[in-house]
Ligand binder design. Structure first.
Ligand code: F6P
Length: 349
């Protein structure tokens, strides 16, 4: 194979550039195939003329520490359901062939992995590299971007603690994560939250308020409540700020209002939003992303295709794509972090 393509798909996260850098440097160092970057995921490829970027050691110089992605990305460009639902999958394959591309490295979350798996079904050799702040990709214990997001949410909690304490308030922080509660759980533990509400565990206001009042009786003058954007009250569904496109958001304000009413304690809500996705990757994410990029490059060099590069128990491993595509990794009840939270008496809903 003389040329491969690489793209970054879905919502961005810190560490994407680190993967691009290590993929390109490893392939270049080993005399491997040329690398062409597809701009804005599949959008650039489907334009006339296609928007692509030649990647070499020079182009990736210095990008390790940069957030975002030099290629651009999109979370609204499924080639199998383009614009009004048109299937442009075969056109993607044709375009890649015309560019002389023999295989694709897709750096993305569950949506991008499902698209890559479909392209693979239609004959394109692919390698997937899991990214997302949500940490919800099946087949890997961890995705890069997650650690940086947890740092951001934990710092926010530290700041909310001092102002909450001064005003004797309940401070509610809404985190991202879509249908999985990994960011809320990890940052809630790291930030010393009293209550952590996850999409995986439907919550009751009675239990939440009981925990807050219990802490006040114990002498705590403030409370920290972390709510994952996908968390929902028992018997109810999650709250969408844009139901048509299934964009979550707003549960933090609703929870804060209810707590204030039921507990009679002044309460404020903060939505952390895209701050969790921006900025420079944490050192941990730089290492993980760099490791994933090298592993993907070695797959190319060894002609090992149609896999997702994952990390379990600190070991890189390769999972066949058909075992991971279309699956989301939620927080299991018996996960060690859940047990830690329970042992600490944190209210999980
Ligand atoms: O999947 C990453 C993520 O940041 C989710 O946590 C969040 O629900 C979603 O993307 C937000 O997407 P957008 O950037 O389209 O608002």
């Amino acid at each position: 194979m003389k040329k491969i393509a690489v793209l970054t798909g879905g919502g961005d996260c810190p560490g994407l550039n680190a993967v691009l850098r290590s993929l390109v440097l490893t392939l270049e160092g080993a005399g491997g195939p040329e690398v062409v970057g597809l701009c804005d995921a599949y959008h650039g490829l489907l334009e006339d003329p296609p928007r692509v970027m030649h990647l070499d050691g020079k182009t990736v110089d210095g990008i390790l520490v940069e957030g975002g992605t030099i290629l651009g990305t999109s979370n609204s460009g499924d080639p199998f359901s383009w614009n009004d639902g048109e299937d442009r999958g075969d056109f993607v394959l044709k375009r890649l062939k015309a560019l002389g591309v023999g295989g694709l490295v897709s750096i993305g979350g569950d949506g991008s992995t499902a698209i890559a798996a479909e392209l693979q079904q239609r004959g394109l050799p692919v390698i997937c590299v899991p990214k997302t702040i949500d940490n919800d990709v099946h087949g890997t214990d961890v995705t890069f971007g997650f650690d940086s997001a947890v740092h951001c949410a934990t710092e926010a909690l530290d700041r909310l603690q001092t102002t909450g304490e001064s005003h004797r308030r309940v401070m509610v922080l809404e985190t991202m994560g879509r249908d999985a509660g990994w960011i809320a759980l990890a940052s809630g533990i790291a930030g010393g939250a009293d209550v952590i509400l996850l999409p995986e565990v439907p919550f009751s206001y009675d239990r939440v308020v009981a925990k807050i009042l219990e802490e006040r009786v114990r002498g705590l003058s403030y409370n920290l409540v972390v709510v994952a954007e996908g968390a929902a009250e028992e018997g109810k569904g999650p709250i969408y700020r844009d139901p048509k496109h299934r964009r979550l958001g707003g549960v933090g304000a609703v929870v804060a209002r209810q707590i204030e009413q039921l507990a009679g304690i002044e309460t404020r809500a903060t939505i952390l939003g895209h701050l969790q996705r921006g900025g420079s990757p944490s050192p941990g994410d730089r290492v993980l992303a760099t490791t994933f990029g090298c592993a993907a490059a070695h797959c190319v060099l060894e002609n090992r295709w149609d896999v997702l590069v994952g990390m379990n128990d600190s070991q890189v491993h390769y999972v066949p794509l058909d075992q991971v595509a279309g699956k989301v990794r939620m927080v299991p009840d018996d996960h060690p972090l859940m047990q830690t939270a329970q042992s600490l008496g944190i209210c999980l809903g």
